[in-house]
Design a protein around this ligand. Structure first.
Ligand SMILES: Cc1cc2nc3c(=O)[nH]c(=O)nc-3n(C[C@H](O)[C@H](O)[C@H](O)COP(=O)(O)OP(=O)(O)OC[C@H]3O[C@@H](n4cnc5c(N)ncnc54)[C@H](O)[C@@H]3O)c2cc1C
Length: 449
């Protein structure tokens, strides 16, 4: 049976639900439906915490039903199997179809499975955004003695820490092919601190090691590395990233970009102007040089969704490119980054000037909740604009990095940062004399002088 809607959205995770809520605000008269193929949508960034801190996949859900109900958005639990652009409808697995005036594709990404032998052995898991899969995975963690995590990015590191929280006695090993874990997101001095936070929790790190194959009879037993080393394992977690879910769009003849995402313009329109795409499924360009970017983050997905949802019937908002702003917490310490690291900036051809500010985030330092915070700022020497920031230490860094992301987006300079007026308070921040980001900017100004 065919039902018609003004706006049809595929997916109801970070991008899909945000696109729907945004569209509802600006187009109150339009009928909207979200279609999701999972009955319960997990908070994707909360997934690692399901295994330790939260302890239950069903307690880590986006309240999609309530959000839709409160905003007059219809919600259906079904899978879109085809987009028919000629008749402007989507076909569902149940054989229902929905006609659209405007379609938003927000069907996200799937974990990458490496092309090595043994990934289909029992007890080899990836990080799927599906609570029932995560519950099965949790049961296996409870039965395992030697967990090997392939990939030492932020998901692998968070998974390792949460497995440790759940099981104090077991062996946990991360295998990472770069020189350091988290190397793709932080400069070396921060990756060393992050590795220390993991080692302190008795997590083994095998860096500069590439996995050759997984072996076992029925279930996985060993991870064989290209160096010849063998790591015993009764559970393996694949944490090597994700790829855009482009098959629906591809079959519908929409253009695909160089990083294998759905190609969109800065208004989030695909090559069909009645179809928008946002989130992990779509192609991105870097804010810094407009070159293709592989970044896939919830912060990007929701920003894109706010642009797509607003622009459905008029071009109002523009995407200027992805900055890349994200954080993790390891060993109770914040590791945060926005924009380019010093090494990424240099690799992109920027001449950079960096400054570092480090101090306790209360004044005096004996105030409750005091902790050390280190801020590194990276400026473009040419125009002295902020192009990157990294923060380590006190958890308030998790919010400070967001303010720095705004500064990057607005091309705020080192001098702007030195002279800005910060609210400081003994119980809440560093002293105005030792304010980390100001002192980091001042160090850069001295070098630029
Ligand atoms: C373990 C983990 C931790 C993360 N931590 C962070 C973090 O701390 N910070 C951060 O910024 N980012 C983080 N990310 C990245 C973030 O989760 C993604 O960028 C974000 O989920 C993208 O949202 P999305 O809505 O585009 O896609 P998805 O979250 O992938 O959602 C797509 C939805 O569409 C549904 N769907 C797919 N195909 C169909 C279909 N044919 N019909 C109907 N429905 C369909 C899917 O089931 C899914 O619910 C993390 C990712 C993972 C896996």
């Amino acid at each position: 049976m065919l039902k018609n809607y003004d706006i049809v959205i595929i997916g109801a995770s970070a991008a899909g639900i945000t696109a729907g809520l945004t569209a509802r605000k600006y187009y109150p008269q339009k009928s909207i439906i979200c279609i999701t193929d999972v009955s319960k949508v997990p908070i994707p960034c909360g997934i690692p915490y399901v295994f330790g801190t939260i302890g239950d996949a069903m307690k880590n859900l986006i309240p999609v039903e309530n959000m839709c109900k409160a905003n007059n958005i219809d919600l259906v639990n079904d899978k879109v199997i085809k987009i028919n652009r000629e008749f402007k409808l989507v076909l569902l697995e149940s054989n229902e179809s929905y006609g659209y005036q405007k379609l938003v594709i927000a069907n996200g990404s799937n974990p990458i499975i490496p092309t090595i032998e043994g990934t289909s052995l029992e007890n080899v898991f990836m990080i799927r955004k599906d609570p029932s899969y995560l519950t099965t995975m949790m049961k296996q963690i409870d039965e395992s003695k030697k967990i090997v995590i392939i990939g030492g990015g932020f998901i692998g590191a968070e998974m390792a820490e949460e497995c440790r929280k759940r099981r104090l006695e077991i062996e946990i090993t991360i295998i990472e092919m770069q020189q350091h874990c988290l190397q793709l997101v932080y400069d070396e001095e921060f990756t060393i601190l992050a590795e220390k936070a993991l080692i302190d929790q008795k997590i083994n790190l095998l860096t500069q090691e590439k996995v050759k194959k997984l072996v076992g009879h029925k279930a996985v037993e060993q991870v064989i590395l290209e160096s010849g080393k063998i790591v015993e394992a009764d559970m393996v977690l694949l944490c090597i990233g994700c790829s855009a879910n482009i098959s629906l769009a591809q079959e519908a003849g929409l253009r695909i970009g160089p990083t294998r995402g759905i190609l969109v313009d800065s208004y989030m329109r695909t090559s069909d102007t009645d179809i928008f795409a946002c989130g992990d499924v779509c192609e991105k360009v870097s804010f810094f040089d407009q070159k293709p970017s592989n970044l896939k983050l919830a912060s990007i997905a929701t920003a894109e969704a706010r642009i797509a949802g607003r622009n459905l019937f008029e071009n109002k908002r523009k995407m200027e490119g992805v900055i890349g702003c994200f954080s993790t917490a390891l060993g109770g310490l914040a590791f945060c980054a926005a924009g380019l690291t010093e090494s990424q900036a240099t690799a992109k051809g920027f001449e950079v000037v960096c400054g570092v500010g480090e101090s306790v985030n209360r004044h005096p330092g004996l105030m409750p909740g005091a902790g050390n915070m280190k801020v590194k700022l990276i400026f473009n020497k040419k125009d002295t604009a902020l192009i990157g920031a990294e923060i380590f230490g006190a958890i308030s860094g998790g919010e400070l990095i967001n303010a720095l992301s705004v500064c990057i987006s607005q091309k705020i300079t080192a001098e702007n940062l030195v002279t800005f007026q910060a609210a400081t308070h003994p119980a809440l921040t560093a002293s105005p004399i030792a304010y980390q980001l100001v002192n980091a900017a001042e160090m850069a100004c001295v070098k630029l002088n």
